[in-house]
Design a protein around this ligand. Structure first.
Ligand SMILES: Cc1ncc(COP(=O)(O)O)c(C=O)c1O
Length: 452
């Protein structure tokens, strides 16, 4: 019998996941509940998770590199989180009123994140970014926002350009032209263009994914952080860091603590609640955040920035957030996750080099990215921060990487090229992942998808 291709093997290996996906087609419009979980021919269905591992409906075990889309710095089901959430569920999940946990949570964020003079809780990262734009427009009296090419910021209307070319076409339909006509998209790491755009003095906010596009797939040059801080200050534009992934991960104080740059506004999410749904906050300068405060009738009606949200700062998220932030505040979990990511990057790179394939494995702190192709900038590269904006990572190849990783017991995000590491990952996970990655490369070479 002819050997099955990896795609055919995937189709055969997971009958229960396949059946669940067929059932999903009858009730969920896209079969999944997040665009990123869409996967051809079908995604695997997970039944449980613990530490660095997950298990699927067909009984297979995986090393997990999705990590709750970055929320699970401590890994799945950490006892610190479980105890805090368990206690709080007994006490109350929604008081419909103020409670002290909100203050403890906000005070912890203030202590850890340099730019967090004031804290406003939301229910997601997307909501935090929406509020950042509203605050900036209200505070500056300006309309425009500037984003960098490829930077992701959630699914709010104003940020639906800039994620993928062509740059002036939104990545979703259903928007009004006016939703994005005040969103300008420019290349990153180009001081002249940044200065040219901001010097018109009509830009309210410069929005930056703090470690670069998709957590560093295309990085930010170290010197550009100071450039962004200086140029925004010079022209009265507010500087916004989206630290929804990087916050508490790159360091207890995020990228801004590492780079010693204080943005005017910062969006937080994910690790903020340690993996409990409802993670979001916009934090920033006291004078800007003051736009949210109640004053006299005239201010409240005509000047104030309004914000509501049933679950803002709810007791369950607050308890989970306090437990998580206390646990990660000494930097130990971040160092462990980075140590494992360093090993992974090294071993996976070795697998590429040994096979004489063009490509690299790179990334900073506890994330890794794979690029399979030639790179003109290889000689100037430190394998941490990639400044090659032109490299291509085709969707079709990424899908085959994800499929083959799954077949070999490693669960990568469906785009197949990236992974996020937790403090629960171990050197045993590194060994298993390296073997799996090597097997992926061998299969893709055998199938003629990649060459030497
Ligand atoms: C950089 C970045 N910004 C914003 C968001 C949106 O956050 P949420 O999914 O909590 O709305 C995400 C989510 O993945 C993100 O990675």
């Amino acid at each position: 019998m002819a050997k099955l291709s990896s795609e055919e093997l995937y189709h055969e290996r997971f009958p229960k996941s396949r059946a669940l996906y067929e059932r999903a087609g009858g009730i969920l419009p896209r079969g999944v509940t997040h665009d990123a979980w869409y996967m051809k021919p079908f995604p695997i269905y997970i039944t449980k998770a613990s530490g660095s591992r997950k298990w699927d409906a067909d009984g297979y075990e995986y090393v997990d590199y999705i990590g709750g889309h970055g929320a699970l710095l401590m890994g799945h089901g950490h006892s610190t989180l479980l105890e805090a959430v368990g206690r709080q569920i007994q006490t109350g999940t929604h008081f419909g009123a103020c409670h002290e946990l909100q203050l403890q949570w906000a005070e912890l964020i203030h202590k850890l994140v340099p730019g967090a003079e004031r804290v406003e809780f939301t229910n997601s990262g997307t909501e935090a970014n929406m509020l950042a734009i509203r605050l900036a427009r209200a505070f500056t009296g300006r309309q425009k926002i500037v984003r960098f090419r490829y930077h992701f910021a959630g699914f709010a209307d104003h940020v639906m350009v800039g994620i993928a070319p062509p740059w002036n076409v939104p990545t979703s339909s259903g928007l009004l032209p006016s939703d994005v006509e005040n969103t300008l998209v420019i290349p990153v790491n180009d001081e002249a263009i940044l200065e040219q755009v901001l010097s018109r003095r009509d830009v309210a906010l410069l929005m930056v994914e703090a470690a670069g596009a998709f957590s560093g797939v295309i990085g930010i040059s170290p010197s550009f952080y100071n450039t962004m801080r200086e140029v925004t200050a010079q022209y009265g534009t507010l500087l916004h860091f989206d630290e929804i992934v990087t916050g508490f991960r790159y360091s207890p104080g995020g990228v801004q603590a590492e780079k010693n740059i204080k943005p005017d506004l910062t969006s937080l999410g994910k690790i903020l609640t340690g993996g409990v749904p409802g993670a979001g906050a916009i934090v920033g300068r006291a004078d800007i955040m003051d736009m949210l405060s109640f004053k006299d009738d005239n201010w409240n009606r005509y000047k104030r920035v309004a914000h509501t949200g049933t679950f803002n700062g709810n007791p369950l998220c607050a308890a989970a957030g306090i437990a998580t932030l206390n646990f990660i505040s000494n930097g130990g979990p971040q160092r462990q996750a980075t140590h494992i990511a360093d090993l992974l990057r090294e071993r996976m790179q070795q697998a590429i080099t040994e096979r004489c394939i063009e490509g690299c494995v790179y990334g900073d702190f506890s994330v890794f990215h794979v690029y399979l192709g030639r790179c003109e900038m290889r000689e100037q590269c430190d394998r941490r921060i990639c400044l090659n904006e032109d490299k291509e990572r085709p969707v079709s190849l990424g899908r085959l990487l994800a499929i083959n990783a799954t077949l070999n017991g490693v669960h990568l995000p469906n785009r197949g090229y990236d992974g996020i590491v937790s403090a629960a990952h171990t050197e045993t996970d590194v060994e298993k992942t390296t073997r799996a990655f090597s097997a992926c490369l061998d299969t893709l070479m055998e199938e003629g998808v990649i060459g030497r």
